[in-house]
Design a protein around this ligand. Structure first.
Ligand code: ROI
Length: 160
């Protein structure tokens, strides 16, 4: 059975627009997985330390037959190929971040993976690109994307 999955992309190092575009191509080429849709690229102010460059963010919608941890392995492979260094400071600059946001309607909680993404409800650079591609998403707990967006500060993000 295939599931609909949303992945958040973010970069603020080494030509961020190129990193995100290249990652979208890599997602489209994943095994047993299709890229259904992707958002525009967005320019966003850093969440976390402010002494780092602005980010390029986007969200991709996939249809996959992979299991969650298999998909996570694939995402980490793409991050590593594009020069991600795992030791990078928490909340610091990064070459490429691929976050598993939603996996069908599943709630997943284990050592490697928390789905829905633990902080997606508070992140305009996740919610706004997500709503560009799928307006009427409901999270597993029944909360509506539109309601979440109405609650967050939408400044500091610009569609490119
Ligand atoms: N800030 C923005 N704007 N975009 C991101 O993708 C992003 N990713 C992160 C932290 C460091 C939390 N800040 C971010 O991991």
């Amino acid at each position: 059975m295939s599931e609909i999955v949303y992945v958040g992309l973010g970069s603020n190092l080494n030509a961020p627009e190129k990193q995100v575009s290249q990652a979208l191509t890599a997602l489209a080429n994943l095994p047993n997985t299709g890229l259904v849709d992707s958002s525009s690229l967005y320019l966003s102010k850093p969440l976390g330390p402010q002494d780092q460059d602005d980010y390029i963010n986007a969200v991709a919608k996939l249809s996959t037959e992979l299991q969650p941890l298999e998909l996570l392995d694939q995402l980490q492979k793409i991050e590593n190929k594009q020069g991600r260094i795992r030791k990078e400071e928490r909340w610091g600059a990064r070459t490429l971040d691929l976050d598993l946001l939603l996996f069908g309607n599943r709630v997943i909680q284990n050592e490697r993976l928390t789905v829905p993404h633990y902080d997606m409800r508070n992140r305009c650079f996740v919610l706004i690109p997500l709503s560009e591609i799928s307006q009427h998403i409901e999270l597993p707990d029944g909360s509506q994307l539109n309601t979440l967006i109405a609650k967050i500060n939408q400044q500091g993000i610009q569609r490119l």
